[in-house]
Design a protein around this ligand. Sequence first.
Ligand code: CU
Length: 186
Amino acid sequence: MSQHNQEIYRTTSARTGKMLAIILGICIVGGVIFFSMWDYWISYQAPVVAKMAGESEHKLAPGVATGKHMDVTLKFIESPDFKTFAFNALPGEDGHNPEFKVKSGDEVTFSVTNNGKSFHAFGIVSDPENVNSILWNSAIAAASNPIKPGQGGSVTFTAGAPGTYYYVCTVPGHALQGMKGSFIVE
Ligand SMILES: [Cu+2]
């Protein structure tokens, strides 16, 4: 005996209409959610745009040149388990994330080397949680075009208005993982 195993699909135009209405409804709801969050989607600016915005936004007048110059060398390093990122040495070790003090108007050169396995980038920021708040054109590379392992770079800039700032890795998340030190302008 051969059985009739073939499935037979039956529907009505009303059911098809209902299905289309559900699909359309999902599209509309999804669209509303997507476009209502538009400001959020575009909130992460391209590094170069952020850099330019930061310059006008913070209005930190560059200090009057003091004629003094400071050279700083930093190494990007990572813990073996990759959970902790730091400059020069891991937390608790000598030379970990050293603090720098300069006078407003001093010229500073940062030379950095990537001694880790991850990609890194450098910048002085006003807010360590906002890697786009880079000041004084102090960036070396950028999150979108970072320093690869074994490579390095340098930047020379003039320290601006007095305050407490931070030198960080500008790759998102790395400052929070420990790649952050104080940069104090007096
Ligand atoms: Cu990094």
